[in-house]
Design a protein around this ligand. Structure first.
Ligand code: GLT
Ligand code: MN
Ligand code: MN
Length: 394
């Protein structure tokens, strides 16, 4: 097995401009690193083997830029993409930094705020498409509340639906080849966000006029903040054909949104996630970009930022190799081989029929014997830990 974990563009690793460009500001302290030019960031990302770069409108074009400044910035950036062979697979809108978003964007009570949110998003969609993006992410960081009496949460849900229906219509009308990916988060920066988990998003999507063009962009940190299993959330999205994009990072449970280096926390969860994305257990593989939405510790200078970025990609590749080795391990295979029963299996598939019901009711099942059987999941989990710790599957 190859021990070369150096990333190459074919691995489809991407970073947001806001990730490697994060200057390390937090609610208690100022920036610890200078803000770097987006063209410089793209050149550095290309040099370490990334496939592409993602951006918010204002990561590239400042909020107050004039139309001609915007065009000059975009031209220069396109030239940099061309020179480096990098692409922009995903774009998004910043609907959270400017004070106008303090009561939300699409859900704000003031119709002028909601109108400006649509204006800004249509322009950001145009920008994303101009740069070649095929996925447009929506992270509603301000779509929530502290003083919950400020609006009926049902109104907020309806406003979100109205906004998504409108923007899907805009994309269709422009004949853009673009799909939406909605990103959930339970809280932060608002006390409570209206669409807190990927499961909520999946249901919300099913209520939209053009649900077929809308999927999810789950983020490790956001589901872990809510105390949920990230692999389970991702699996549900994959089972619904709705995993359009993914935000990879690391997070400790019960903390603020840490956005840590991928794989730096909960290595077992990270292994199970990579196993799912790479399809080493079987089933469909995720074929979209592997996007790292994370940033370097505040302790780092610029050199530390590139260590962080390389670490995200290297850990992903190490885990992909470990997942393949785990699923190829004969003892693991034997432990997870599910019992087959030629008589019962057909009765459990294909839904209800009178015939299946009467056959099921007639079955003699030795409940005590079945209940007594040990499942050997202790051994199975220990094997996973041994693969992770490097004493097995080398
Ligand atoms: C912001 C947030 C992320 C979102 C980004 C896209 S911006 O950094 O914390 O989770 O994915 O808007
Ligand atoms: Mn994210
Ligand atoms: Mn996050």
């Amino acid at each position: 097995m190859s021990a070369n974990f150096d990333p190459v563009p074919a691995d489809l690793f991407t970073f947001g401009l806001w990730t490697v460009g994060n200057p390390g500001r937090d609610p208690f302290g100022d920036a610890v690193r200078p803000v770097l030019d987006p063209n410089y960031l793209v050149r550095k990302l290309a040099a370490i083997g990334a496939h592409g770069v993602n951006l918010h409108d204002n990561d590239l074009v400042p909020f107050h830029a004039t139309a001609s400044e915007r065009d000059r910035i975009v031209r220069e950036f396109q030239q940099t993409l061309k020179n480096t062979g990098m692409c922009v697979p995903m774009a998004t809108t910043n609907l959270f930094s400017h004070p106008i978003w303090k009561d939300g964007a699409f859900t704000a009570n003031d119709p002028q705020v909601r109108a400006f949110a649509l204006q800004k998003t249509m322009r950001a969609i145009d920008l994303g498409v101009e740069l070649g993006a095929k996925i447009f992410v929506f992270w509603g960081g301000r779509e929530g509340s502290e003083a919950d009496a400020c609006r009926d949460p049902r109104t907020a849900w309806q406003r979100m639906r109205d906004a998504m229906d409108f923007l899907c219509g805009y994309v269709r009308d422009q004949r853009y080849d673009l799909r939406f990916a909605l990103e959930a988060k339970p809280n932060e920066p608002r006390g409570d966000l209206y669409l807190p988990t990927t499961g909520h998003m999946l249901h919300f999507i099913s209520t939209l006029q053009h649900h077929e063009m809308v999927g999810v962009n789950p983020e490790v940190a956001h589901e872990v903040m809510a105390g949920l299993s990230f692999p389970h959330n991702v699996a549900q999205a994959m089972a619904c054909n709705k995993l359009f994009h993914i935000d990879l990072n690391g997070q400790k449970i019960g903390r603020y949104d840490q956005d840590l280096r991928f794989g730096s926390e909960d290595q077992k969860g990270a292994l199970l996630l990579v196993r799912l994305l790479e399809g080493t257990l079987g089933g469909e593989r995720y074929t979209g970009p592997r996007h790292f939405d994370a940033h370097a510790y505040r302790s780092e200078d610029e050199a530390g930022v590139w260590e962080f970025a390389k670490g995200c990609m290297r850990t992903y590749k190490i885990l992909a190799q470990k997942a393949a080795a785990f699923d190829a391990d004969p003892e693991v295979k034997a432990l997870i081989a599910e019992p087959k029963d030629a008589q019962i299996d057909p009765l459990l598939q294909g839904g209800y029929s009178k015939e299946r019901a009467s056959k099921l009711l007639a079955l003699k099942i030795d409940v005590d014997a079945v209940a007594k059987r040990g499942l050997q999941y202790e051994r199975l989990d220990q094997l996973m830990v041994e693969h992770l710790l490097g004493v097995r599957g080398q």
